[in-house]
Design a protein around this ligand. Sequence first.
Ligand code: CA
Length: 230
Amino acid sequence: MTDGLVLVIEDEDAIREMVRVTLESASFEVLEAVDAEQAEMILADHCPGLILMDWMLPGISGIELTRRIKRDDVLKEIPIIMLTAKGEENSKVMGLEAGVDDYVTKPFSTRELIARIRAVMRRSGVSQGESLEIGDGLKLDPSRHRVTANGASLEIGPTEFRLLQFFMSHPERVYSRSQLLDQVWGRNVYIEERTVDVHIRRLRKALEPSGFDALVQTVRGVGYRFSVQN
Ligand code: CA
């Protein structure tokens, strides 16, 4: 497991690469996008713990993308750190108005970048929800993006993480595929219902070694339920 998933949106290859290496060496998992379009495609299927956004992007600017993200019911919870160049003082005001959580001014030290990311993630940890525990040994910690089964960390993808977080906070209730799509993927995302089945399978596989996969129950003709009862 990692300290969290970070989406880096930066068109300059050298900077993006440097940021990726820096984050990975600090135990973060990294997704990369070169522009807003690519970022939106990634955000349709992943929920990073933080977005690191360049201000000067080709096409749709960082500020416009920030506005779009902050208007989205599901994505607006993701904290955003904006990368600005020296002298772009004006952009900081605009960024703040658009909902940016913090800034890092280029050129920055890797140590400063990591410190800012950790600070913003810590601050926003409250809104990511409480730690959850169910079934005597299955724990999910949203602020650390970590799932453990009987103390051992589980490898789990970002979508499966959100699915599990939803299930663990709404146990014993049956949800249809379309309800799960709304709750976990968001209403503005157009995904086929069988995509839910794919991620349910992956979630079960991730939970299988610990035996907690039995909690993810298929309710024939209706959908799925997360239950500690059989
Ligand atoms: Ca740029």
